[in-house]
Design a protein around this ligand. Structure first.
Ligand code: AG3
Length: 281
């Protein structure tokens, strides 16, 4: 018998992966969580039926949500991740020797628990063994309200703007994040697919520009997300991701990144016309 999982990307299009079984399926206070074993992409985590990560292509997303900001900021020390309960972003953050404290604030304790149990290649950094890593099971908005003027970089590693993540795409939230950053801080947020989510992008970038002096979009290729073409918002108080980027420093990094490199850092900010148009108004 053939078993396939399909995430629908529109009424008429979806992505299907052949699976061999279910490792976990359950409902938390916030959402439905499923972890499935696929044939070609390793283990796959779904929240409310949407693909969050697979073991095979998560390196692209996690390299790209972390390294552009951490190689633009000259000395990132305190970094906060909102969402990201799988631990993949924290794994990349702690590769940076300047980082003294990497904090994860995830609303859903079940996502953290099951990731540690079933997705160790991502969650090894959040299993309690790294003294630089702090975990908070809390609502991101509540957390940053209590931590103003504290962080060099804040990453919003959220799901789509439905369910518990809706508030993470709004202007009030971006203002709170602005306040939680130091005077030269940087925020990065996953910003959906330029191909499918033009309206979400328009509102999101409008909200960001109402708060931050520097707002740029950059892109990455992520096979298991809608259209495979994904984006991130770079919102900054002082440093520009292209003109303030220190190529030498990124080139001299002493750790391996399977997707990110100093050439790609610059190339990722060069957008096709339709993507520029999504965020031009
Ligand atoms: N963040 C998920 C991005 C949204 C994917 N959307 C979708 N499949 N419809 C993933 C969190 C990884 N740390």
């Amino acid at each position: 018998m053939d078993l396939w999982y399909t995430e629908k990307h529109s009424e008429n299009v979806g992505i299907s992966l052949k699976i061999t079984g279910t490792l976990f399926s359950g409902k938390s206070e916030f959402q439905q969580l499923d972890i499935l074993e696929t044939l070609e992409y390793g283990r796959m985590m779904l929240l409310d039926g949407l693909v969050m990560v697979t073991e095979r292509d998560e390196f692209i997303y996690h390299d790209m949500i972390v390294h552009p900001a951490l190689f633009t900021h000259p000395q990132p020390k305190k970094v906060l991740v909102i969402g990201g309960g799988d631990g993949g972003s924290i794994r990349e953050i702690v590769k940076h020797p300047t980082v003294t404290e990497a904090t994860l604030c995830e609303i859903d304790g079940l996502v953290i628990e099951k990731s540690i149990e079933l997705l160790p290649s991502m969650a090894a950094a959040i299993d309690g063994s790294n003294p630089r890593v702090k975990l908070h099971v809390d609502d991101g908005l509540a957390y940053i309200r209590e931590h103003q003027d504290e962080y060099d970089v804040i990453l919003v590693d959220s799901t789509d703007p439905i369910g518990p993540a809706v508030g993470l795409f709004e202007e009030d939230f971006y203002r709170l994040v602005f306040g939680a950053l130091k005077e030269d801080g940087i925020m990065v947020a996953q910003s959906e697919s330029p191909f499918y989510h033009a309206e979400i992008q328009r509102d999101m970038y409008r909200n960001l520009r109402a708060v931050y002096p520097i707002v740029e979009m950059y892109q990455a290729f992520i096979p298991t997300y809608p259209s495979g073409y994904w984006s991130f918002a770079f919102a900054s108080k002082k440093y520009h991701p292209v003109s303030d980027f220190n190529r030498e420093r990124a080139a001299k990094r002493d750790f391996y990144t399977k997707y990110y490199n100093e050439d790609l850092h610059l190339g990722a900010f060069m957008l096709p016309t339709f993507a520029k148009e999504n965020i031009s108004a």
